[in-house]
Ligand binder design. Structure first.
Ligand SMILES: [Zn+2]
Length: 826
């Protein structure tokens, strides 16, 4: 089906306006199809002309325009409507297919109890898989939705739902909505409801998650209430969509989706085992992020997909700000630096990098590709620079003005910038040109004599002004902190010259700007002894992102990263830094950047560091100590080679108390045993028997694929290629386990076969989900020249969709970085 082009959207919006949408869905027709009836009331500015309505049915039963039955009007997912009147009513009746790829109306069965659940994910262009519509973000209309469902189900949606008869639900008429955030969620949900400031609240998840849902609901509701109050204060507009439900749904591709009044989240956010503070903070941030969209994205929606970044940059920024400012989590910006900016800097290094704003989206689907670390992490960082540039008061005044001026309608970048410029009393054109319309990160370097230099990437020239600070630390004491506004190629930071030789000097210590920071050699040399004593967690984060960025750029020996981890990591306090740094070192630095002969020993050192953190946890008390114990065990489970100890852990012995009976942790241990080829089939089967949940089923797939035997790899490959029951989540788990093999000979035969497999999966999985699988299936794990040749062949294929191609291109780039690093450092 062709994706709607921007030109088509422009001419359609110039011709028609939608007054009302009535949608009636019958979800009680078994597991494969549902009934869909739509009535669209719309006007036409030039009667007599024609237009198209989007619909992708399994079977179309009838189309009536202004009472006239139309025949044979469905072509390529569009109903062709000729001879429009000034006022029109279109009635469409169809049978639709459920999605199993996380798009449209996704339906899945919970293996724990056999219950089915349905949720609507209409982003980005899947609305026509559910009902007939003008599927573009600027044709908004109020929705009245009715649903028939099995009698033991409950139904949720954008408008408050009322059961009017057994199995029959009516949803309150909504404020004007764009098609992409309409949803219906139906199934035998477990629910916790509450109310705050006149807004009915609900938290819902699968029935088999009821116990953890009830335990965690109060925390989530408290976060929800605080965010609601905070946004009311910041935006000066009351929450505009009636009720506010948060539904944790199975097999969700993204993290969450901001459907007005009915936000959907991936249900791994309902923690069934122990959760570390960074996981809870991430969930709080996601709650805050989606709620920010109620104003920015939902109340005011981008006119076309090329401004999608503005939604995401804004919500990302607001979420971290709200966590720090209202949720009592000042460490939120630490997490932003080590999790989000690390992701964003990787996207900026990749060949697919692009400007934050202004990347053309000639059709709807092409916008999805730019939905990445640039749109979220860099965009939010650029908003922080904007605030540093114009001041917070002007920023908030501009935001309020923009929201008020476009409420229930649409806006675009130029209008947002105009509101900002009016509030700031300044032309923001040059600033936006450099920061928003040009890709690339400047390189910032500070000499020990105090000269800070900016080097702009040749391929993305721009004059970016930076507002930042420079700090230095000496023996655990902050020895210097200076604010700098860098408007040209260089600036002097006078205090640096007088610092003692062993001091750590950290440019951008407050992490306010977006730049590649190159640490000076004296600072790098001092990290092993000095990093753990740096009292500022944000500065420690900047050191880690600089070090890891330097490793990717071929400037820092990966061995230095392992050395610093061994000394500084066990003394780190922040849970996000502990988690993320360990994940990157065990997942990327050791298995990719270090030569194979050194990998086993390096993993042992990581496991020892985990032991050191575990000891520190046992010597302390309180929530922080509990978090260290938890993280130490998880990191140990990824790095240990001590099979006897791993088996004891798998059996639940010798564990910190919070991990007793934790199924997710046991799967982590089993995966490590599988990778070491030390897992008996009987042990794996017993684990599956003991954990029959959806999460358990998925984890078992990953464990099976991670066994380093030819039989296991053959099984994994044919499961991916041929198992029609494999969900997108299942495919991702298998793909992530596939390349795990200490002996590369086991997986080498598959290096040249990845493209054929991806091409085969393409029609079944959908571009979004397949892109994630493609990232995992790229053969970069075999770091050898032959892999590079195979990777080039993959990129030359013409039968893969643009999103998949792009995922492969970025992995190809990582392989090149790794080869260059190995060439340079051995
Ligand atoms: Zn978002």
């Amino acid at each position: 089906m062709p994706s709607l082009t921007h030109d088509e959207a422009l001419s359609r919006a110039a011709l028609v306006a939608v007054e009302a949408m009535e949608v009636d869905l019958d979800l009680d027709r078994g597991p494969e199809v549902f009934g869909s009836r739509t009535t669209i009331t719309f006007t036409c500015r030039r009667p007599g002309e024609s237009t198209v309505v989007d619909l992708r049915p399994q079977a179309l039963h009838s189309v009536r325009l202004n009472g006239r039955e139309l025949q044979d009007v469905l072509v390529d997912g569009r109903l062709r409507l000729a001879d429009l009147a000034a006022d029109n009513v279109l009635e469409v009746e169809a049978t639709m297919s459920y999605g199993h790829d996380g798009q449209g109306l996704h339906r899945s069965s919970d293996p724990a109890d056999g219950e089915d659940y349905v949720y609507g994910h209409l982003f980005l262009d899947a609305a026509p898989r559910v009902f007939a519509c003008f599927d573009q973000p600027d044709l908004k209309a109020p929705y009245t939705v009715g649903v028939r469902a099995p009698e033991h189900w409950s139904v949720l949606g954008n408008g408050g739902a009322t059961q009017v008869a057994p199995g029959r639900w009516e949803l309150a008429r909504t404020a004007p909505l764009a098609t992409y955030f309409v949803t219906v969620c139906a199934g035998p949900w477990a629910s916790v409801t509450a109310e705050h400031d006149g807004v009915p609240l609900g938290i819902h998840a699968r029935r088999s998650l009821e116990r953890p849902l009830r335990e965690q609901a109060e925390h989530m509701l408290a976060t929800t209430r605080t965010c609601l109050d905070h946004y009311h204060r910041l935006f000066g507009i009351r929450y505009p969509f009636g009720e506010y439900h948060q539904v944790f749904v199975p097999e969700f591709n993204a993290g969450a989706m901001e459907n007005p009044g009915c936000v959907t989240f991936r249900d791994a956010y309902v923690f069934r085992g122990a959760a570390s503070p960074d996981q809870v903070l991430e969930r709080d941030n996601t709650i805050a992020h989606e709620m920010a969209h109620m104003w920015f994205g939902d109340l005011v929606t981008m006119r076309w997909w090329d401004d999608l970044w503005l939604n995401e940059s804004f919500a990302e920024y607001m979420a971290y700000r709200t966590s720090a400012e209202a949720l009592g989590a000042p460490q939120s910006w630490v997490s932003f630096g080590i999790v989000r900016k690390l992701w964003g800097y990787a996207a900026e290094r990749a060949p697919s990098t692009h400007p934050v704003a202004g990347s053309p989206a000639p059709d709807a689907l092409s916008a999805l590709q730019n939905f990445d670390g640039i749109s979220y992490a860099k965009g939010a960082s650029v908003l922080r620079q904007l605030i540093a540039h114009i001041g917070d008061e002007a920023f908030l005044a501009g935001v309020r003005d923009y929201l008020r001026g476009h409420a229930y309608g649409n806006g675009e970048l130029a209008e947002f910038l105009a509101a900002m410029a009016a509030a700031a009393g300044e032309d923001l054109g040059p600033w936006a040109g450099a920061w928003l319309r040009t890709a690339g990160a400047d390189r910032l370097e500070l000499t020990r004599t105090g000269t800070l230099t900016r080097r702009t990437p040749e391929e993305h020239p721009a004059d970016r002004p930076h507002t930042l600070d420079v700090a230095a630390f000496d023996h655990g004491r902050e020895a210097l902190r200076e604010d700098v506004v860098l408007t040209g190629e260089r600036a002097e930071v006078p205090g640096v010259a007088g610092l003692p030789e062993g001091a750590l000097v950290v440019p951008n210590a407050g992490d306010l700007t977006w730049a590649e920071v190159a640490l000076d050699p004296g600072t790098v040399a001092a990290l092993v002894d000095g990093l753990a004593d740096v009292p500022d967690p944000v500065a420690r984060t900047v050191v880690w992102t600089s070090l890891l960025g330097g490793m990717h750029r071929g400037e820092v020996d990966p061995r230095v990263v392992v050395d610093v981890l061994e000394s500084a990591w066990p003394r780190e306090d922040d849970a996000a830094v502990l988690s993320r740094v360990a994940l990157v070192v065990t997942g990327t630095v050791v298995p990719l950047f270090l030569p194979p002969a050194e990998q086993a020993e390096a993993m042992e050192r990581v496991a020892h560091a985990a032991d050191a953190l575990g000891q520190r946890a046992r010597g302390a008390s309180g929530p922080a100590a509990r978090a260290w114990g938890l993280l130490a065990a998880r990191v140990g489970a990824r790095g240990l080679r001590d099979e006897a100890r791993l088996h004891r852990w798998a059996a639940g012995a010798d564990l910190p108390p919070e991990l007793a009976g934790d199924d997710d942790f046991r799967w982590l241990v089993l995966r490590r045993l599988a990778a070491l080829d030390a897992l008996e089939e009987a042990e794996l089967e017993a684990a599956q028997e003991a954990d029959r949940s959806l999460a358990g089923r998925l984890a078992a797939l990953g464990v099976r694929a991670a066994r380093p035997t030819p039989q296991a790899k053959e099984w994994a490959w044919s499961t991916l290629a041929k198992d029609p029951e494999l969900s997108n989540y299942g495919a991702l788990e298998v793909a992530r386990g596939f390349w795990v093999a200490e002996d590369p000979a086991v997986v080498r035969p598959y290096v040249g076969r990845v493209g054929d497999l991806l091409a085969r999966l393409e029609p079944r999985m959908g571009e979004d989900a397949l892109s994630r699988v493609a990232t995992a299936l790229h053969p970069k794990w075999l770091v050898e020249p032959a892999t590079l040749a195979a990777s080039s062949e993959l990129l030359a294929r013409e039968d893969l969709s643009p999103g998949v191609h792009r995922a492969l291109l970025d992995e190809d780039h990582v392989l090149r970085e790794v080869l260059e690093s190995r060439r340079r450092f051995g």
